[in-house]
Design a protein. Sequence first.
Length: 301
Amino acid sequence: MKLLNILLLNMFLILTIICCSDDDDDDYDDSAFLIRDASVQGAADDEILKSYLETHFYNYDDFNQSPGDYSISIKLDTIEGSNSNKIPLINFVEEKEIPIRQDGVDIPQKLYYIVIREGKGSTPYNVDSTFVSYKGQLTNGFIFDQRDVPIWFDLAKVVKGFRMGITSLKSGTFDINSNGTYDFSNYGQGLFFIPSALGYYNNSVGGIPEYSPLIFSVNFYTLSTTDHDSDGLDSYMEDIDEDGDPLNDDSDQDGAPNLYDPDDDNDGVFTINELDKNGDGIIDDSDGDGTPDYLDPNISN
Ligand SMILES: [Ca+2]
Ligand SMILES: [Ca+2]
Ligand SMILES: [Ca+2]
Ligand SMILES: [Ca+2]
């Protein structure tokens, strides 16, 4: 009885597979389930972003009228009605080409940004920790995240467009008040207009639909240089191929990028114990082959 049931079930499954695979061949289209081509999506996002930049403005009058007033926050609005004579964002933007890798190929994506106030402090590396307040929105005006009280952002963990955008700004200065609070001034303020491939791309996150370009208004107060794996090298120094991004370097190909790998050459000796054994302040290259000991699996003593 049991066997018969199994046989019947198998027969049913076979029939189902046969009947359905034939029927659906003509109108079944799986392209909706595949990750989109980043060059095609990049071009589509660029159209959306350019259209936004041509039809919107920021409150540049406020910033021009009060150059030393750091209580001004960035506001975006549509050019229409009483604002129809405003200068569009597109007249202020600069752009960077940022590659993303898809199927082993680097595909450039266009990041637009506006430096409203550059800031007078230090430029962050794109894997530092940064103290920021910000507003994140979509091109339709939907605000998906907003922080008016500053928080620390580990840039190694945020979307690439934000990481690469914030390096156009500099940190500020601060005064400590008698009650222990801080007043920041002279800090960087800017806008980033980010194609989806430098954002969340095919992921739908926190009310952000998949393939959404993102807009961030950012105030950048201060930074902390970070050594994520405590191996003695600040994370920005672990950009071995010097392409400007330490997140894509994995010398020993073990799946952990060097900035998260305390033994970068996987030779069993921690990087911090291989860097500078004689303590002269120079990274060691014992065999003089141009590869420092901490990246040279042949040197492990
Ligand atoms: Ca790199
Ligand atoms: Ca590694
Ligand atoms: Ca490392
Ligand atoms: Ca090692």
